[in-house]
Write a protein that binds this ligand. Structure first.
Ligand code: HEC
Length: 132
């Protein structure tokens, strides 16, 4: 799991040229790893508490906080725009669908979910394929 890109430390190379080089290398490896690793970490950090670390939901837990996203027809079939709206706006008041004692789903702005397109893609693909 890796969400924090951090600041590259420059110990062995040293000097301004070395720092620039290290930063460039770090930026490159972040870009390469971005798609899977960072989005999975973003899901674990922001969504798993309520929707389960494998998308299985929390209906079986002591505290039921959210529905399963794995095998969920809305997640699988709804257009990406509908999922983006759910993530960006949350679910409260009249937009609530479930009557299970869940809390409201909070809204997630850019600072909490920087790449909403990639997160939606993750929900529709990788999360659906996760072993139970
Ligand atoms: C505090 C708990 C909580 C967190 C954190 C949370 N959700 Fe939810 N989420 C819910 C609840 C509760 C619902 C169902 C609300 C309703 O319609 O009654 C929901 C609904 C959804 C739905 C629609 C499911 C459906 O069947 O209609 C999606 C998609 C979703 N959440 C994605 C996410 C994603 C992605 C994240 C992380 C960025 C996230 N949620 C974080 C509680 C949470």
């Amino acid at each position: 799991m890796r969400i924090n890109h951090g600041t590259p430390t420059v110990t062995s190379i040293g000097g301004r040229v070395g720092a620039g080089l290290a930063a460039a290398v770090a930026a490159f490896s972040c870009a390469a790893a971005h798609a899977d690793i960072d989005i999975a970490a973003n899901y674990q950090l922001r969504c798993a508490t309520c929707h389960g670390s494998k998308g299985e939901g929390t209906d079986q837990k002591a505290q039921t906080l959210g529905p399963a996203l794995k095998g969920n027809p809305f997640v699988i079939n709804a257009p990406a725009s509908a999922l983006i709206k759910t993530i960006r706006s949350g679910r409260a008041g009249p937009s609530r669908l479930y009557d299970k004692g869940y809390p409201n789903m909070p809204s997630f702005g850019f600072e909490l979910v920087p790449d909403v397109d990639a997160l939606v893609k993750y929900l529709k693909t990788t999360l659906q394929e996760t072993e139970k």
